[in-house]
Design a protein around this ligand. Structure first.
Ligand code: SAM
Length: 346
């Protein structure tokens, strides 16, 4: 536990390695294992036994050997490593998205941020790092057990409770209005199923100019939230984006993108609070954009049983009967050829 007036968590990110710290050990195959250091502790694997004392009191970035001469590179896990290996209840926001959320929402040291839901606390850690010890993050969560997981993860990361963090059990659609001063919140960050339910609350608590960023997993959520923000007034034109990250293989002349990537995590929607009684600036290009029909709106709200989620409503390409027949013909032709290939006994 930090006893000095240095920033919270700094003692776990720099300096010599101490008992109680987590370290990441990487072997020559690139396999990573994370252990908690203890005086006199041992790490047993089928490669042999590694004495913790060979690491304790020394710097990170060293290579140590176990009793059988098997070597490991020793490093503290970074925030990205920590988040991807920490205990999870709900799905975590991936580091690529947390990084962009901090940037997009302009989270600054000393800011007062409202977050919901807490889930496993991954995003909370990034928000707390960005607001620092002088800032505050009030995180609203419906489920007590998720809040408990998140508290464990946040304390494990900072090595103590963060002075700026307050987890509040409650519905983000209603609780913040009861617990935050109107117009007192600098930034709102939501990662929950139905962020549009929070629209009246966000309008009440967010300061003029304040940024609201929502992370949603599907385009239907993105679309509904954007339309409801537009319809509500009080906010700037919402902006949507997604972050794609492609890692690369670097090996001599074989320099190319990796074969696998996380292809989809979520979408980010951002908007800013206007001052009271101000109307959003009408953007000219919006005149050309089709307004959602009452049927579309009813479909998003789930109130119209009759609404069809068909291609026409979703404005996706409609395949004509003629084109479909042609495709059937081609498929049958290819299948017929394939059936002509003799099957030989083994
Ligand atoms: C995907 S998780 C959040 C993950 C979190 N951002 C992280 O990085 O670990 C969504 C969370 O929102 C919570 N939630 C859903 N609706 C909510 C509401 N109306 N008020 C508060 N929390 C809510 C869920 O219980 C769940 O824990």
């Amino acid at each position: 536990m930090s006893t000095t007036n240095q920033p919270v968590g700094k003692h776990l990110r720099t300096g010599v390695l101490q008992a109680g710290e987590r370290v990441q050990l990487t072997d020559y195959k690139g396999r990573k294992s994370t252990i908690t250091l203890a005086e006199g502790g041992q790490w047993h694997t089928h490669q042999g036994v590694l004495e913790h004392d060979a690491i304790l009191g020394g710097p990170e970035g060293v290579v140590v050997e176990n009793e059988a001469g098997y070597r490991y590179q020793v490093l503290r896990p970074l925030l990205n490593d920590f988040v991807l290996s920490m205990p999870r209840g709900a799905t975590v926001v991936y580091p690529k998205d947390s990084a962009q959320i901090v940037q997009l929402a302009d989270i600054f040291p000393g800011a007062h941020v409202v977050e919901a839901g807490v889930g496993s606390g991954a995003l909370s850690i990034s928000l707390l790092r960005a607001v620092g010890d002088q800032g505050s993050v009030h995180s609203y969560e419906l489920r007590e057990e998720f809040a408990q997981i998140a508290k464990g993860n946040v304390e494990a990361f900072f090595g103590q409770e963060h002075p700026g963090w307050d987890v509040r059990i409650g519905d983000a659609a209603t609780a913040p209005v009861e617990q935050e001063e109107p117009g007192s919140v600098d930034r709102v960050v939501l990662d929950m199923l139905a962020p549009w339910d929070c629209l009246p609350a966000v309008r009440t608590i967010l300061a003029p100019g304040g940024v609201w960023v929502s992370y949603v997993a599907s385009v239907t959520q993105l679309s509904r939230l954007a339309e409801e923000i537009r319809a509500s007034g009080g906010f700037t034109e919402p902006q949507a984006e997604e972050i794609m990250q492609r890692t690369w293989h670097l090996d001599g002349l074989a320099v190319r993108p990796d074969h696998r990537m996380v292809a989809h995590t979520g979408f980010l929607l951002s908007t800013r609070r206007l001052a009271d009684d101000q109307l959003p600036l009408e953007l000219k290009k919006r005149e050309k954009v089709s307004e959602p029909s009452p049927e579309d709106k009813a479909a998003w709200a789930g109130t119209n049983e009759q609404t069809q989620w068909d291609q026409e409503s979703l404005k996706t390409r409609v395949v004509s009967k003629k084109k479909a027949r042609k495709a059937v013909g081609r498929a049958e032709q290819i299948a017929a050829k394939a059936k002509e290939v003799p099957v030989e006994d083994d």
